[in-house]
Design a protein around this ligand. Structure first.
Ligand code: GLA
Length: 390
């Protein structure tokens, strides 16, 4: 397939969404002739933070015209354009047109890299080698997504990379010892690669100089039918036989509960809205789906974790990961108070997140896969989002 695209590119075919001319001079729509262009990366100034730091925004475009914009603040994906079944490009992530949009109070991690610890740590406390570390309690009684100023609110150092399978942007951030209460200087690198196979590959790497905990993820809110108010008609498939029930403050109880016979069974794929309204204590606690599913392929390498499909546009997004779990959050806290791109009001459940990760509260739950990183070790996880239509 790659060679096919490349040779088409060498024949100097025209850019996506334009009309392509056949040799006999009859004009045909671009989507009936496979059209290729060169993958590229460009950079622009996006804005300035209140402390004077400049924020850049990069645009990555692949050979098939899929493009994404990423800013250095929070490593935030501000837009992701993919074609629908008619070849029409659409932006499938929630977000804002300007930096100021993202700096408003109460923006719930739109598109951001999450760290040092994605998801919750009970009561903002954990122990390592007999020492208790205290973190911000920024989600009721618990710690959420790295604290008050997590990796979503810092400026990353960006560099463009060309790889043999796509264009990439590497983001680096040094989280200092005791920043947000976490021990160890943590060097974190997140690399977004947009491949010519229509995949967004996210590689997370980290090293530390003191024993610490790490759980990095990506917090994009997807709506595969841009302009449609909710994601309730999106079909979700989760390759998970079990999920983690939570307390009323969304901390896992420690139980791995089979999904069989519960509203949490997404193994065969179903619409988000199908069972979300059922009477169920777990749905009540989450205000909908806001839970961590234990992936069947955990520990086996880059395995299929989930897929998201919207029949109205034909867009399909498949998620592969090396992580053992995935948080599926159905956008329950969105309440219409934020107005995003194209003047759209982000109403209840107007986007959903699929956050690949280790289990929430693992630092306090010895039976969960460990999130401890020791000096001399390298943290490396990979998640791939593959875009197509069907
Ligand atoms: C995560 C959490 C949710 C919520 C969102 C942000 O996905 O699990 O409970 O906090 O982030 O609003």
């Amino acid at each position: 397939m790659k060679t096919y695209y490349l040779s088409l590119a060498m024949l100097a075919l025209v850019a996506c969404n334009q009309k392509a001319k056949k040799q006999d001079d009859t004009t045909v729509p671009a989507d009936t002739v496979t059209v290729a262009m060169k993958a590229s990366v460009s950079k622009e100034k996006f804005g300035t933070l209140p402390d004077g730091k400049e924020v850049d925004r990069y645009t990555l475009t692949n050979a098939n015209g899929i493009s994404m914009k990423v800013m250095t603040y929070g490593g935030i994906i501000t837009s992701l354009q993919t074609p629908d079944k008619n070849g029409e490009q659409g932006d499938i992530v929630l977000g804002f047109d300007s930096l100021e949009g993202y700096l408003q109070k109460g923006v719930p991690y739109f598109g951001a890299v999450i760290g040092r610890y994605g998801n919750r740590i009970a009561k903002g406390k954990f122990e390592l080698d007999g020492k208790t570390y205290t973190l911000a309690t920024n989600d009721g009684p618990n710690h959420l997504h790295g604290g008050k100023k997590g990796f979503d609110k810092v400026v990353w150092t960006a560099s463009e990379k060309k790889t043999d399978h796509g264009v990439a942007l590497q983001l680096e951030y040094l989280s200092k010892d005791m920043e947000e209460g976490y021990p160890g200087n943590l060097k974190a690198t997140v690399t977004y690669t947009l491949t010519d196979d229509n995949e967004l590959q996210v590689d997370y790497q980290a090293t530390t100089d003191k024993k610490t905990v790490v759980n990095l993820t990506q917090h994009s809110y997807f709506n595969l039918a841009p302009g449609t108010a909710t994601i309730l008609d999106h079909e979700v498939t989760l390759h998970a036989d079990a999920f983690l029930p939570v307390s009323n403050t969304l901390i896992p109880t420690g139980e791995l509960r089979p999904v069989e016979g519960t509203p949490f069974d997404f193994r065969k794929g179903k619409k988000v809205g199908q069972d979300i309204g059922q009477e169920d204590q777990q749905l009540e606690y989450g205000g909908g789906f806001d839970h961590c599913w234990v992936l069947n392929g955990a520990g086996e390498g880059l395995e299929k974790a989930a897929s998201l499909y919207d029949a109205s546009t034909g867009r399909l997004m498949e998620v592969f990961t090396t992580e053992p779990a995935i948080q599926f959050y159905s956008g329950n806290f969105l309440d219409g108070s934020l107005t995003g791109k194209n003047g759209e009001k982000y109403v209840h459940r107007s986007g959903l997140c699929l956050e690949t990760e280790h289990y929430p509260d693992a630092p306090n739950q010895p039976d969960f896969p460990s999130t401890v990183l020791n000096p001399g070790e390298e943290y490396h996880t990979t998640t791939v989002f593959r875009f197509s239509v069907k």
